[in-house]
Unconditional design. Structure first.
Length: 213
């Protein structure tokens, strides 16, 4: 039979877990969210978008993509300093399932294992690479109405100024700042755990005294 203390401990742990699960959504820095109306095949190279951040880091990039081949493809995004600078960080791979038709696309979040440090006001490129070009034909979606004030689309490391790709970049996964509710749940959970531990300590039976001598 479960004791009241163990039940309280379970509730406390659940409260703390809920606090971390209630992570804030993506805090967007730069974006181009005009409805896409065309897609370009990534092929064996890369397609990307220039951006000039205001934040000092990025850990999540959202892109609109599709797969028009017969199998699920895999892609990853990397952040480069300028068009030809060093690669500063690479996201975790993301599976892009087969699209129902050639005109369908959906959003995919590319999450970096750690925040990529950026210098606000400097130019960077977020580039997506097809990790399975021999298996999947992946498309990156955008529009012919350039709306990104921080640059233009890129193809194979060169400017592609006739268009912009849909993108969001910012902080949301690896460095989430808890919301007030998250702080409340976290604090309540920790206090509950402390209270349970104290109650268990008070209810612990005393050790028998040594009567020898």
């Amino acid at each position: 039979m479960k004791t009241a203390g163990s039940q309280l401990l379970r509730v406390a742990i659940s409260m703390t877990a809920c606090a971390f699960a209630a992570a804030a959504p993506l805090i967007v820095d730069q974006s181009n969210t005009i409805q896409p109306h065309f897609g370009l095949s990534i092929g064996i190279g890369t397609l990307g978008e220039e951006f000039i951040p205001e934040f000092s880091g990025v850990d999540t990039v959202t892109l609109q993509m599709s797969d028009v081949s017969g199998t699920t493809g895999t892609a990853a995004v990397y952040i480069r300093a300028g068009l030809h600078g060093p690669i500063l960080g690479t996201s975790e791979p993301v599976n892009v399932p087969l699209s129902p038709d050639d005109h369908s696309f959906e959003s995919f979040d590319f999450i970096f294992p750690r925040t990529v440090n950026l210098s606000p006001g400097s130019s960077y490129v977020l580039a997506v690479r097809n990790l399975t070009p021999e298996m999947a034909n992946l498309f990156l979606w955008g529009n012919m109405l350039p709306n990104n004030t921080g640059g233009h689309a890129t193809a194979a490391g060169s400017p592609y100024p006739c268009c912009d790709f849909y993108f969001l970049e910012g902080l949301g996964q690896a460095s989430t700042i808890p919301e007030p509710l998250s702080w409340l749940l976290t604090g309540g959970g920790v206090l509950a755990i402390v209270a349970v531990r104290w109650r268990m300590y008070e209810e612990r039976p005393c050790s028998p005294k040594d009567t020898r001598g």
